[in-house]
Ligand binder design. Sequence first.
Ligand code: NAD
Length: 344
Amino acid sequence: MMNLLITGGAGFIGSSLIRHVIDRSEITKLVNLDCLTYAGHLENLDGIHGIHPRYLFEQVDLRDKVEVLRVIRQHDITHVMHLAAESHVDRSITGPGDFITTNINGTFHLLEACRAHWFDQASGIQNGASKFLHVSTDEVFGSLGPHDPAFTETSACTPNSPYSASKAASDMLVRSYHHTYDLPAVTTRCSNNYGPYQFPEKLIPVVIQSVLAREPVPIYGDGMNVRDWLYVGDHCEALWSVLTSGKVGETYNIGGRSELANVHLVQMICDLIDELKPELGGHSRSLLGFVPDRPGHDRRYAMDATKISVELGWNPAHTLETGLRETVVWYLQHQGWVESIARG
Ligand code: NAD
């Protein structure tokens, strides 16, 4: 049985994860630790927050070491899924400071708190079953050329933005806590997620909102930067299998087998909106416009997710076509959520 801590549970993936796992029989209680930055919204947990009997919320900043330890001890946390982070590459370019303090120092505080609570301080023996799942990103690997093979778990980390560098640093800390202190840790690295409740600063919601407003749709550079796309619900299922069955000390790549250039992804969204909202007049592709590229923009990411498929039997349930359709439909039906988030 788990007293599960999810950090960043008011964010995009964290809130989806909470909805995905809250009713699993293995969970006794689920504590959501989130300080509610601009990216954290309790509206993402409608129907759970303040209602679900197993759910508790702690508004705590990971940068507050004392409070992090208090939460781990007070709730006798046995399992951690660590998602809280500053996550937007563009923001890491204009203001890297919060990325260093949250992604690196915050992860350090969480590791220290788990070490203090999970091990008998005198004997060094582990107190009981526990696991620390660190959620990371394909961006730590850096950029691929057009014909390079996809990243595997043993590819070198060569991060190129302050965001990916801060995530890589946190990955290294997690690795070191396993090797040095036997902390039962496991790391996942996932490709780009999309789906409901994604903050409207990331590519897919930005494009949907711009097309609906008949405003220009900005695409960086020549639009040929390639990403691998995974539906957020599939990511959550992968995280649950790694938490429950993944081997301690290991890293697992997670990917959607859906590599696509940004411009082609944006065209797919335009076509879906033309089909689903014909009253807008169609021809949404004419809204596309290229804007100067962002500094250090990685050209291509691709993930080889063979290991998680073979060892844990996880495979994505959605194709990009089915997942993107569900996502566009969700945004069309939840414009009230978008307006509330934008106001916040
Ligand atoms: P998000 O920005 O939507 O949510 C982050 C959450 O963390 C927010 O609720 C925010 O309030 C919280 N948070 C930030 N700083 C905090 C702090 N100091 N203390 C406590 N809480 C804090 O991010 P997301 O897209 O849901 O990503 C979640 C995790 O998954 C991140 O670690 C990210 O690196 C990783 N990841 C994301 C993607 C993606 O495509 N979104 C892909 C791979 C990995």
